[in-house]
Design a protein around this ligand. Structure first.
Ligand code: ADP
Ligand code: ADP
Length: 228
């Protein structure tokens, strides 16, 4: 699924203070593309992701998925759109503690119209021997892999990740990113990843650098074969 942003602005008002978190942002993300968003803290990365994914409304401008203008949707329509099409991965794993790995992934799959096979997804994230374990019995990296399996089990059209490795050490973080990349390659899921870590930029087709609410630069990955 492709994403288009046209002249998107986001202004937060807190009392008399206005923060221009996104300033006239326009962007096209192609179906199946892997995008990494880099930028300093406060540059507007989370706002860009939240507004693009319909978690938050833009102050003005249009957001279009394929040919569907979602920025005009009611909140009920948006909820349905998100449920049918989008998956989210955050720094926090948000797993249900009293359910096993398999049961957590089953919940994710149950939301989808055309979900993947649960055992296959658990195998893809390398946790086949942990299927019956509970989250408290897993390391942080393993829990994040369960969280990814749960998110993608519904077979989403787009995967949005906000600092997915923020709580992990470098090596574990790399393993988690490898899995996100594998999902993008195998399922052609359009993928948008926010990170502070410039070292993961090589995984992307294109890297977007945010600065003070604007796209400062878009860099195409010259090293990646068949980059968009
Ligand atoms: P990043 O993800 O790059 O750290 P954010 O998108 O979180 O940046 O924030 C961009 C700007 O918008 C910052 O100045 C931040 O303080 C402000 N901001 C973000 N969310 C809110 C909010 N809910 N209310 C007011 N200001 C906000
Ligand atoms: P930051 O980017 O400032 O470190 P977080 O990573 O905690 O903050 O969250 C990034 C954004 O994602 C925030 O705007 C937050 O509201 C949103 N968010 C975080 N977790 C969830 C969740 N489980 N469901 C929906 N939105 C979430």
């Amino acid at each position: 699924m492709s994403i288009k942003l046209k002249n998107v602005n986001k202004i937060y008002k807190t009392g008399n203070v206005e923060t221009y978190a996104l300033k006239n942002v326009s962007l096209e993300i192609k179906d199946g593309e892997f995008i990494v968003i880099l930028g300093a803290s406060g540059s507007g990365k989370s706002t860009l992701l939240n507004v693009t994914s319909g978690l938050d409304n833009p102050s003005s401008g249009e957001i279009i998925f394929n040919d569907e203008i979602i920025s005009n949707h009611s909140s009920k329509e948006l909820t349905k759109f998100r449920r049918d099409n989008l998956a989210f991965i955050f720094q926090q794993y948000n797993l249900l503690q009293n359910l096993t790995v398999k049961e957590n992934v089953e919940i994710g799959a149950s939301i989808g119209k055309n979900p993947f096979n649960i055992d296959e997804i658990i195998e893809k994230v390398g946790l086949e021997d942990k299927k019956d374990s509970y989250p408290s019995q897993l390391s942080g990296g393993q829990q994040q892999r369960v969280s990814i399996a749960r998110s993608v089990a519904k077979n989403p059209n787009i995967m949005f990740c906000d600092e997915p490795t923020g709580a992990l050490d470098e090596e574990t973080g790399k393993q988690v990113l490898d899995i996100i990349q594998k999902m993008n390659e195998e399922f052609k899921t359009t993928t948008v990843v926010i990170t502070h870590n410039p070292n993961i930029a090589f995984m992307a087709d294109r890297v977007i650098k945010m600065n003070s609410g604007k796209i400062e630069e878009i860099v195409k990955n010259q090293c990646k074969k068949n980059a968009f």
